[in-house]
Design a protein around this ligand. Structure first.
Ligand code: DGL
Length: 359
């Protein structure tokens, strides 16, 4: 009788052990798959010493980069790919299209639950916005960079990467468009700006405020993105291998038609103005832009060099009379990205204006 009971207890113990092993194995298998697509930047930069100011962006590989944060393997199954290894001042359409296509392909094949892109901070806001309009899935896509190279004292890269992966695997990050995670903040791509040349807290959403924060390895969101994005976007770059050429032209006291004339000569398809105040431009420049629209069918979008506030339609400039569009809350850099994509679909300034009101 005693022996029988002993066997029973032992049997139950073995069953419990087997169940716990299965659950562990299953939870191991259930770890989300995160693809880390590396493009370079300071986060992959190396200095001569730990305190050296000078360093070379984009000089270590994605595997070296990730080896500084082994903890990410506890929360995700990590797959790494080196898409480019450049300082983001050299970011270009080719890498943008490569990234958009690769991300769409990974999601279409159900190979990835989320994507983290390592990127230099100089043009991170442009790439984030481009992907925000061209990735067709609502799974998390997060860009991350650092302000200090990997060799610096208190390098911010490893913490930023951990936070980016932790945010990418959180279910509440689905459907928020493309985001940037840096300095414990989660920022939306629809209002992103680098605001300080050196500080680790450089990124802000200056009009709408950040989407949330990362605390103890978990995202805490305080708002939704404001604009249409990713899955809801009407742009499709799958079959494109180049984008229409759009230039940005700055306005300032005494600005002449010089750069508008040069852009016309170079056969650009669109011009974004970084105007003063509410997107105003000098009379000389405005006359040249009017001719560019009328005689050369160049699309003109008025934006502003001011960091916050909209460039509103029909304020001091009569956009309808001139066939210009106004950028609303898009700064000149995002306006350039949106105009490039808009021009893949239309050249009608009213339709372009609709897009600027929605994205
Ligand atoms: N030139 C920079 C770039 O790759 C380095 C700055 C950075 O990544 O913070 O954008």
């Amino acid at each position: 009788m005693e022996t029988k009971r002993l066997f029973k207890v032992f049997g139950l113990f073995v069953m419990a052990l087997a169940m716990s092993i299965t659950v562990n194995a299953q939870s191991g298998q259930r770890k989300p798959t995160v693809y880390v697509l590396a493009t370079g930047g300071t986060i992959a930069g190396q200095g001569a010493t730990e305190v050296a100011a000078g360093y070379k962006a984009g000089s270590i590989t994605v595997d070296q980069l990730l080896s500084a944060v082994p903890e990410i393997k506890d929360i995700a199954n990590i797959q790494a790919e080196q898409v480019a290894n450049i300082g983001s001042q050299d970011m270009n359409d080719e890498v943008w299209l490569k990234l958009a296509k690769r991300i769409n392909e990974l999601f279409a094949a159900n190979n990835a639950d989320a994507i983290v892109i390592t990127h230099g901070t100089d043009t991170q806001e442009e790439t984030a916005y481009f992907l925000n309009l061209t990735v067709k899935y609502n799974k998390p896509v997060i860009l991350v960079g650092s302000m200090r190279p990997s060799t610096a004292i208190s390098a911010d890269g490893p913490r930023n990467i951990y936070n980016a992966v932790a945010t990418a695997v959180a279910p509440e990050s689905v459907g928020k468009g493309v985001m940037v995670v840096m300095d414990d903040k989660i920022l939306g791509a629809d209002d992103l700006a680098k605001t300080n040349t050196l500080s680790v807290g450089t990124f802000q959403n200056p009009n709408y405020g950040e989407l949330g924060i990362v605390y103890n390895g978990k995202p805490i969101y305080s708002r939704q993105p404001m604009k249409r994005h990713t899955v809801n976007s009407e742009f499709d770059v799958t079959k494109l291998d180049k984008l229409p050429r759009v230039e940005i032209i700055l306005s300032y006291s005494n600005a002449t038609s010089l750069f508008v004339d040069a852009a016309v000569k170079a056969h650009v398809k669109g011009i974004v103005t970084a105007g003063v105040g509410n997107g105003n431009i000098t009379t000389d420049m405005q006359n040249a832009l009017e001719k560019a629209v009328k005689h050369h069918k160049i699309a003109v979008v008025r934006s502003s060099r001011i960091m916050t506030g909209p460039t509103a339609q029909w304020d001091e400039v009569d956009d309808d009379k001139l066939n210009f569009s106004a950028s609303w809350f898009n700064n000149p850099y995002r306006s350039r990205v949106l105009l490039m994509l808009a021009l893949t679909k239309t050249t009608d300034y009213k339709e372009i204006q609709r897009m600027f009101s929605e994205y």
